[in-house]
Write a protein that binds this ligand. Structure first.
Ligand SMILES: Nc1ncnc2c1ncn2[C@@H]1O[C@H](COP(=O)(O)OP(=O)(O)OP(=O)(O)O)[C@@H](O)[C@H]1O
Length: 560
C-alpha cells in the first residue's frame, strides 16, 4: 500500500489542539495576579511598610512572571511544531500529487509556479498556524478578564476601555477582507513571476538566437513591476492596520492613565463606585490597561500572517487536486532487479483516444501486436499520434475505448504502475543531471555496482569518454556533453535497469547523420533481448526495425 497522504486529510481545517491555544491564554491571564502583587508591592514601598511586607508580593510576582515565560515558551514551541507538521503534510500531499500528475496534462500548473508554491509560499503557512489560534483565543478571553477585574474597582476606567476596544476588531475585520484579497493577488503574482522566469531561463538560448533579449527583459521588468505593486498594496494595508490599532490602543491607555492619575490626586472624584481608589488599586488598573489592548495588537499583527497563510494553503491544496493523474497513481512498485532483461509482448486492440475534450486524437480503432523481443517502428506524419500511442502503451493515460495488453495482461488503472515498471522511455532530449557519468547511470540505485555501470557505458559507446572524464561532473541539463552523448548516456541508464520494453520517442530527431547512426547502434544494442517500439520520422532508424506501422495523417482521423 502507498504511504501517500490523502488530499482530504490535507483539506481538513487547520485547527490547533485546544491545549496549544489555552496555554498562551493562561500565561497572559496570569498577568492579572502578577500585576496585583506588583501594585501591592509598590504601594507597600510608598506606605513605608516593612521589607518583609514588600518582598513577599514582589517575589511572588517574579515567580508568576517566570511561570508565564515558561508557559509561553512551551506553548510557542508546541504550536510551532504542530504547524510545521501540518505544513510538511501539505507539502508532501502537493509533491505526491505533482509526481502523479499525468505528463500529458497540458493544463498543469507551470513548474516555476508549483516550485514557488511548495517552497517559498508554503513557509508563510507556519506563522499563521502557529500563532493565529492562540492569538484569537487571547484576544477574546484576556480583555474580558481584565475588564471584569477592573470593573469592581472603577466603572469609569472599565468604561473607557470598553469604548476604545470594539473599534479595533471592527476595523480589523474590515481591513482583513482587503488583506486576504491583496495577499492572494500577491501570491498569484509571485507564482506567475517564478513560472515566467523559469520558462524564459530555460529558453534563454532561443531568446538570444532570435535577438529577443530586449523584449524579454522588458516583460521581466513589467512582471517585476506588477509584483512590486502587489507587495506595496499588502504593505499599505499592514501599515494602515497597525497605525489605527496603535492609535486607539494608545488613546485608551492614555485616557485610563489620565483618569487614574487625576483621581489619585483627588481632582476626579468619581468613577470608583462612590469610593476612592487606593494607590495599589490605581497602580493595578494602570498596569492592566496596556495588557487589555496587547492581545488585540498581537491579533492584528498576525492578521496578515493569516491572509498570506490561508492564500498559500489554498494554493497548495489547488496543487494537490491534480485533474489528470497517472492511472493507479500512488501505488508505486519498484521493478525487481533479479529478473534481468526479458522481452515483453504488447497487444493493442480497437484503441480510441482523445486528449481531454478538445485535444488531438489517435487514428480510430488501432490494432497491432508486438511479439516479445520484436522491434517496431511507428511512423507517420507530424500530429498523427505516435507519441500519444507510446504514452498510452506506457500507461501514462488510459484509452477511452479498446485494450492494451502487456505480456497478455490488460493495462488498466489497477495494473498500470506495475506494468510500467517493466518499461523505459527515451525521448529526444533526456534530462541529464549535474553529476558524474556514473551518477547519471545509477541515479542513486545502490544495487547497481561499478562493473555494471562501466559495461553499460561501453555498450553505449561511452567507454572512452568514461575513462577520460572519470568522476568529473557534467553540468546541469547535460552541459558539457553533446546531444548524441546525452542520449547514449540515457540509454546506458536504461541498460542497467530490468526493463523489458523500451519506448523511444524520436531518439534521433535533430541529430546529424553520423550522430543519429551512433545513437541508432546504441539503441539496438540496448534493445537486444528486449522489445522496442520507436516513434520516428528517421527512415534509416525505421529501416533497422523488424517491422513498421505507419499512422495516417491527422486530417484522415476520425474522432472517437
Ligand atoms: N497533452 C496534450 N493535450 C492535448 N492534445 C495533445 C497533447 N499532446 C498531443 N496532443 C495532440 O494530439 C495529436 C497527436 O499528437 P502526438 O504528439 O501524439 O503526434 P506525433 O505523431 O507524435 O507528432 P510528431 O511526429 O510531431 O511528434 C496532435 O493533434 C496534438 O496536437
Amino acid at each position: 500500500m502507498s504511504n501517500r497522504p490523502k488530499t482530504e486529510d490535507a483539506e481538513r481545517p487547520a485547527r490547533q489542539p485546544i491545549r496549544l491555544t489555552l496555554l498562551p491564554t493562561l500565561a497572559a491571564v496570569l498577568w492579572l495576579p502578577q500585576a496585583g502583587l506588583l501594585a501591592q508591592a509598590i504601594s507597600n514601598v510608598a506606605d513605608r511598610m516593612s521589607w518583609g511586607a514588600t518582598i513577599l508580593p514582589a517575589a511572588t510576582a517574579a515567580a508568576i512572571g517566570i511561570l508565564r515565560v515558561i508557559l509561553g515558551a512551551l506553548s510557542e514551541r508546541a504550536g510551532h511544531q504542530h504547524a510545521r507538521a501540518r505544513v510538511s503534510a501539505l507539502r508532501m500531499t502537493a509533491i505526491m500529487a505533482l509526481s502523479e500528475r499525468a505528463p500529458l496534462d497540458r493544463r498543469a500548473i507551470p513548474s516555476g509556479e508549483a516550485a514557488s508554491m511548495i517552497a517559498e509560499q508554503a513557509d508563510s503557512i507556519t506563522p499563521w498556524l502557529a500563532r493565529f489560534g492562540p492569538a484569537r483565543m487571547k484576544a477574546v478571553l484576556v480583555p474580558l478578564a481584565i475588564f471584569l477585574a477592573i470593573l469592581p474597582l472603577s466603572w469609569t476606567a472599565a468604561l473607557v476601555l470598553l469604548i476604545a476596544m470594539p473599534v479595533i476588531p471592527v476595523f480589523m475585520a474590515l481591513i482583513g477582507w482587503q488583506a486576504q484579497a491583496a495577499s492572494k493577488a500577491q501570491l498569484v503574482e509571485i507564482g506567475a513571476m517564478n513560472a515566467f522566469l523559469l520558462d524564459r531561463l530555460r529558453g534563454l538560448a532561443t531568446i538570444r538566437g532570435l535577438g529577443a533579449t530586449d523584449r524579454v527583459a522588458t516583460s521581466v521588468r513589467a512582471e517585476a513591476e506588477g509584483l512590486r505593486a502587489r507587495s506595496m498594496a499588502v504593505l499599505r494595508i499592514a501599515f494602515l492596520t497597525s497605525a489605527v490599532l496603535e492609535l486607539f490602543a494608545a488613546l485608551g491607555v492614555a485616557m485610563v492613565a489620565v483618569y487614574v492619575g487625576f483621581h489619585l490626586l483627588g481632582d476626579l472624584n468619581f468613577g470608583a463606585w462612590g469610593d476612592t481608589l487606593s494607590l495599589a488599586q490605581g497602580m493595578f488598573i494602570l498596569l492592566l490597561a496596556p495588557a487589555f489592548f496587547e492581545p488585540l495588537r498581537d491579533l492584528s499583527a498576525i492578521w496578515h500572517d493569516k491572509a498570506a497563510g490561508q492564500a498559500a494553503q489554498d494554493n497548495l491544496l489547488r496543487l494537490s487536486r491534480s485533474e489528470r493523474t497517472l492511472p493507479e497513481a500512488g501505488l508505486g512498485t519498484t521493478p525487481s532487479a533479479s529478473t534481468g532483461p526479458q522481452a515483453a509482448s504488447v497487444r493493442v486492440a480497437g484503441l480510441r483516444f482523445r486528449h481531454g475534450d478538445d485535444g488531438g486524437t489517435l487514428p480510430a480503432g488501432l490494432n497491432f501486436t508486438l511479439a516479445a523481443g520484436e522491434h517496431l517502428a511507428l511512423t507517420g506524419p507530424s500530429g498523427a499520434g505516435k507519441t500519444t500511442l507510446l504514452a498510452l502503451i506506457a500507461g501514462l493515460d488510459l484509452p477511452q475505448a479498446g485494450r492494451i495488453e502487456i505480456d497478455c495482461e490488460a493495462l488498466t488503472a489497477e495494473t498500470a504502475t506495475r506494468l510500467r515498471a517493466r518499461m523505459a522511455w527515451i525521448g529526444q532530449s533526456p534530462h541529464i543531471f549535474a553529476g558524474s557519468l556514473a551518477q547519471n547511470v545509477t541515479m542513486g540505485r545502490k544495487e547497481i555496482g561499478p562493473e555494471k555501470v562501466s559495461r553499460a557505458l561501453s555498450d553505449m559507446h561511452l567507454g572512452a569518454m568514461a575513462r577520460i572524464r572519470g568522476t568529473a561532473p557534467i553540468g546541469e541539463g547535460g552541459n558539457g556533453i553533446s546531444g548524441g552523448e546525452a542520449l547514449r548516456l540515457a540509454l546506458a541508464r536504461i541498460a542497467v535497469s530490468p526493463v523489458r520494453l523500451v519506448l523511444a520517442d524520436e531518439p534521433t530527431a535533430h541529430l546529424d547523420l553520423e550522430t543519429a547512426e551512433s545513437v541508432t547502434e546504441s539503441l539496438l544494442a540496448l534493445a537486444q533481448g528486449r522489445s522496442l517500439i520507436v516513434a520516428t520520422h528517421d527512415p534509416r532508424l525505421a529501416a533497422r526495425m523488424d517491422r513498421q506501422i505507419s499512422l495516417p495523417a491527422p486530417a484522415t482521423v476520425e474522432a472517437p
